[in-house]
Design a protein. Sequence first.
Length: 382
Amino acid sequence: MIRSAIVQSDWRFGMSKKKGAVRVGQVGYRGRGRSLAKSWINVEDAELVALADNVDENRQAFSKAFPGISIYDSHTEMLEKENLDILTIGTRASFRPPIIKDATAANIKGIYVEKPVADSLVEADEMINQCKNNGTLLVVGHQRRWTEQFIWIRNAIRNGAIGTPTHGYLYWSAGRLGSNGTHFLDAANFSVNSDPVEVMGTVKYGQNLEKTDVHPTLNERMMKDPGIMGSVTYSNGFRLAIDALNDVLLPFTWIFCGTGGRIDLIQNSEWEIEYWSRDNDLSHLMEPTVTIKDFYSGIGSNPITLRKPPNLAPYDGIDVVSKGYSELIDCIETGDTPSSTGDDARMALEMIVGFHHSSENDGTVVKLPLQGDHRNYKLDTH
């Protein structure tokens, strides 16, 4: 059994040994890669045994944080020598295609890759197909899919908590449609449980310096990876309006509305869920027995009421990735489909490419799935 590890001592930054533990290697220990490595600490049935990074500074930082673990300057050498079961890839999207090609050729059982899955649909398709053809399970780090908040929202919508889903709103600050928007769009897709069929929008590059203070690093990134104002239509008829332009300063927010209620999630320092619903679903704009005056005063026989959502565990960025790792291990053993697949991540990427295409054509509606040369469109993410 792959989940048969026995922890022999406390796991503390590379000092523990585990019998039967899944052997994990990682490529990349800069930025996001550092927290990805740390998230393996909480997975009792796995052991991070090796890192590959071609930057000496990153290798030295890893050696201090994880003493006693093998370090390489080449992912190919690590794959040849370490007999790995799972590979974590924490590099930028532009560096991943050859790593995944080599990993699947080395018969790695599972790969956890940071988001976005790729910088183009052609690269995404190539990597996804390589994993499928070689029997390698690919999981992408859209970690909101493992949070109690989004799991509750998804199940609530599926169970009719807001009636028939009709429309919603999504906004986030700091733009960066490719690097950050992939998270927020994927979370919306997961919650609505439907495929997007068309997008339209306008992108804007750089900060809006008339309304926001300049941030040199962020402004530089936003000059390559823009903000977006647009909309998405899903196959079930749900409509999502999006505003993540370069002057949005509010917390990350998702709003899901239906014929019987509404659910809001505000990703502040604490993730806050507010839930309103009616006792019965509605199919008419105004009840025949209610006067127009009473209607606009909020008076009716079927008012919407604020409900108390369940108590959910606070969001923990390290722990939620650990849950993704554990699920990957479980799915390797059972053959089940993970919550965040390569195909799920490709869907978010396709929406992002569609937004760029729409913006370049005066905000025209773009049908999904994309065809032809759009698959070659190259994003500039980090």
